[in-house]
Design a protein around this ligand. Sequence first.
Ligand SMILES: Nc1nc2c(ncn2[C@@H]2O[C@H](COP(=O)(O)OP(=O)(O)OP(=O)(O)O)[C@@H](O)[C@H]2O)c(=O)[nH]1
Ligand SMILES: [Mg+2]
Length: 200
Amino acid sequence: MDFGGSDVAHRPGRVTSAKIVIAGGFGVGKTTLVGSVSEITPLTTEAIMTSAGVGVDDTRNVPGKTTTTVAMDFGRISIDRDLILYLFGTPGQTRFWFMWDELVRGAIGAVVMVDTRRLADCFAAIDFFEHRRLPYLVAINCFDGVQYHNADDVREALAISSDVPVVSCDARTRESTKNVLISLVEYVLSMRRSRATAPA
Ligand SMILES: Nc1nc2c(ncn2[C@@H]2O[C@H](COP(=O)(O)OP(=O)(O)OP(=O)(O)O)[C@@H](O)[C@H]2O)c(=O)[nH]1
Ligand SMILES: [Mg+2]
């Protein structure tokens, strides 16, 4: 694979590494995704949610959730023999978003996870990546295997360009989340190719 660009210099026969950000609203499954796909024990920064968060952290759709990410998740996956992805999961709660600028530095692209029952929770993440012109895709996390809305409806509701891939996944399953990451890498490559061939 040829990424070009300064952030992921790839030479034939050499291993290329690239940084991917996993973002989205509170409790959408970011830490779960990094944990399911990582081939190393993921670094997590989970803190127990206390009664202080009642009324601030909406856990209605994730009743089993007892912890929240306060800094980042970190994991690694080898997509093939010469491509390693380093995954950086963001904290979902808005009060920790001051860290996002640091977390996205050097990333080639981002996954914005959405729970279609709480679609608005991902608006800020989409705005963030569009503002920074960082390629992203939308991954619908199908809680309990149910996809409440199809990809076209989600695309329309989010008012995102038809180029941006919208895929569905189960954040708990390695194969599923690996496919999301492959889709993102392919999208980043296609964006770079079209930019390289676009008339000046
Ligand atoms: N049923 C089901 N539960 C899930 C799925 N993905 C995540 N969960 C559960 O949903 C809860 C939230 O998952 P997390 O991975 O902590 O979400 P997060 O986006 O990292 O949350 P914050 O870091 O607090 O924003 C956890 O209790 C998970 O076990 C899924 O695909 N299906
Ligand atoms: Mg988390």
